[in-house]
Write a protein that binds this ligand. Structure first.
Ligand SMILES: NC(=O)c1ccc[n+]([C@@H]2O[C@H](COP(=O)([O-])OP(=O)(O)OC[C@H]3O[C@@H](n4cnc5c(N)ncnc54)[C@H](OP(=O)(O)O)[C@@H]3O)[C@@H](O)[C@H]2O)c1
Length: 297
């Protein structure tokens, strides 16, 4: 085995939804893994993972973690202020970057609305392309875990989801499948250099997604459709307005269209993409009302 093949992969966003699964997937594949976090003391990783402190907003803080790596899994949730310096640093140590982007180039109305996240991702891709790094871009659509973030509290509380655009269709992708694609590309670099749009296996309206959650937890859940203004003023009033605008524009534009669906997860990993129902079944407790403690008043 050559030195290049045993050199480690640095996973950024390693405490996050996708990065955490990439760490686990690389470990299972026998690839040496380094995990980056701003707060190593608070992070929990398997013993075989080398954990490094690093912060994109302080580019030089990445140097120790980057020494000797062959590839980097890049998750960027920071402002772009230090982007150029971070990419230059990665390029000076590693030969390949796998970047977690989004399908902002896909000609479907859902992905073609004004969207600051899409602009940031396009900037990052340009910066990577200009750096000389070999790059692979993975572009998942809506994560299935959005359902937990958005609806779990309402479902737990009273079984009523108050939400706009019941008929808007998406193809939620299980984060484990996003990670499985990244892992496959990082462990066996024959697919490196590609551009992969990833979705879940089926187009489902938001109302259908809520109904699936109800079926999985054995509880009837009512979808009470809100107007965009009601949503903005009631449910999302504390959210960043950029995020609210982005979501409302995308859901509104997709009404009347099936979601964009690809077979890329299966093509790359050899296993079909998990369904939304599978994701819910594995996360069902998040939607169940907590049981009262025995003996509670
Ligand atoms: N949600 C969706 O539907 C969707 C769809 C397509 C693409 N995406 C993209 O997916 C990405 C988010 O992935 P995710 O959900 O797996 O992440 P996440 O769970 O939100 O976690 C964010 C990660 O970023 C790390 N991080 C934050 N600021 C950092 C900094 N200054 N320096 C170093 N690391 C930093 C955090 O690490 P520490 O806190 O440990 O330092 C954490 O591990 C975003 O770029 C988003 O645009 C999301």
């Amino acid at each position: 085995m050559t030195e290049a093949r045993v050199a480690p992969v640095l996973v950024t966003g390693a405490t996050g939804r996708v990065g955490g699964e990439v760490v686990a997937g690389l470990l299972r594949s026998g690839v040496p893994v380094r995990a980056l976090t701003r707060r190593p003391d608070g992070a929990v990783f398997p013993a075989a993972v080398d954990v490094f402190a690093g912060d994109f907003s302080v580019p030089e803080s990445l140097d120790v973690a980057l020494q000797g790596v062959r590839a980097v899994f890049l998750v960027w949730t920071e402002s772009p202020a230090t982007l150029q310096a971070v990419i230059e640093r990665i390029a000076s140590y590693a030969s390949h970057v796998v970047f977690l982007s989004s399908p902002h180039q896909t000609p479907h109305p859902f992905f073609q609305q004004p969207n600051p996240m899409a602009r940031l991702h396009a900037d990052i891709e340009r910066t990577i392309a200009n750096s000389g790094l070999r790059s692979t871009i993975i572009r998942p659509g809506m994560f299935a875990s959005g359902a937990k973030l958005w609806w779990a509290d309402m479902i737990q509380r009273d079984g009523v989801v108050r939400w706009p655009y019941a008929a808007a269709e998406t193809a939620p992708i299980d984060e484990r499948d996003v990670a499985a694609v990244a892992t496959q590309i990082l462990r066996d670099e024959t697919r490196a250099g590609g551009d992969y749009v990833l979705t879940g296996p089926e187009s489902l309206s938001q109302a259908e997604q809520v109904a699936i959650i109800g079926e999985c937890i054995g509880r009837a859940i009512r979808f009470e459709e809100l107007t965009p203004d009601e949503f903005r003023n009631e449910i999302a009033r504390t959210w960043p307005s950029l995020v609210v605008d982005m979501l409302l524009d995308a859901w509104g534009a997709t009404i009347g269209h099936k979601s964009f669906v690809t077979n890329t997860v299966a093509d790359v990993t050899g296993s079909p993409a998990r369904t939304f129902r599978e994701w819910v079944a594995d996360n069902a407790d998040a939607f169940r009302a907590p049981r009262p403690h025995a003996g509670a008043d």
